[in-house]
Design a protein around this ligand. Structure first.
Ligand code: FE
Length: 252
């Protein structure tokens, strides 16, 4: 999900797209213009049009991740925390040249710039959560096969070694943040990353394949301080390796 598509997605296209197609492109979507049935014409957006980012739809019911993650946690996490970042992004880009840019473009444009920290935090947290919800599925877990399975074995030695490294990153991230399986285009290898707060692999020029949200809001109501148990549940019953495989297979 993490690279910018070159085409503009209209609201109607998003609404009518199948769930799978939407899941693939939503986080890369351009900020749609409210009330517009058709994509805006190429070129700079008229300043009178407010950019309106629509929160991605959950690809499953809120209760579908239980018992790994309860419906209560998903409801608060998606409906309050994630939505707040979407609303904040819309507030910050409204009436500015940033309205109409993709999330990827905004992240790249604001990463590492102290005067853009507020916008980066909001936009990156939308992007990160878009990836997170699709990094899980009901009755997930298991082991990936195909090209992803081969690549994990080649780059980490084994699937279990990768899970151990990613689990260590997730449990060891100090404070709020994220753990990632990412592709490093510099050497073509898969890497485990951990990032603080809103930071993500895209800001570092890497391609995210899968993520685990380790902010306390992602697990505290279910697991209290037992972050390791939440991470274990992620790999045991939630991880969506099909989604990671799609991210590996797509052209940059
Ligand atoms: Fe979160």
């Amino acid at each position: 999900m993490p690279t910018a598509p070159r085409s503009t997605l209209s609201r109607r296209q998003l609404l009518t797209a199948g769930a799978a197609a939407f899941a693939t492109v939503a986080a890369r979507g351009r900020l749609a213009h409210a009330g517009k049935a058709k994509a805006p014409p190429p070129g700079p957006s008229p300043s009178s049009l407010a950019g309106t980012l629509e929160q991605m739809k959950l690809p499953y019911p809120e209760s579908a991740l239980a018992p790994g993650i309860s419906a209560n946690v998903v409801s608060f996490h998606y409906g309050k925390h994630h939505k707040t970042y979407v609303d904040k992004t819309n507030d910050l880009v409204k009436g500015t040249p940033n309205a109409g840019k993709t999330l990827d473009e905004l992240i790249r444009a604001t990463a590492g710039k102290p005067d853009q920290q507020g916008l980066f935090n909001a936009v990156a947290q939308v992007w990160n959560h878009d990836l997170y919800w699709r990094s899980m599925k009901p009755k997930g877990g298991g082991t990936p096969s195909g090209e992803l399975g081969k690549k994990i074995a080649a780059d980490f030695g084994s699937f279990d070694a990768m899970v151990k490294e990613l689990s260590t990153a997730a449990t060891g991230q100090f404070g709020s943040g994220w753990a990632w399986l990412a592709l490093d285009p510099a050497d073509g290898k898969l890497k485990v990353m951990k990032t603080g707060n809103a930071d993500n692999p895209l800001a570092a020029g890497k391609r995210a394949l899968l993520t685990i949200d380790v902010w306390e809001h992602a697990y505290y109501l279910d697991y209290q301080n037992r972050r390791a148990d939440y991470v274990k549940a992620f790999f045991d019953s939630l991880a969506n390796w099909d989604f990671a495989a799609e991210n590996l297979a797509r052209k940059a």
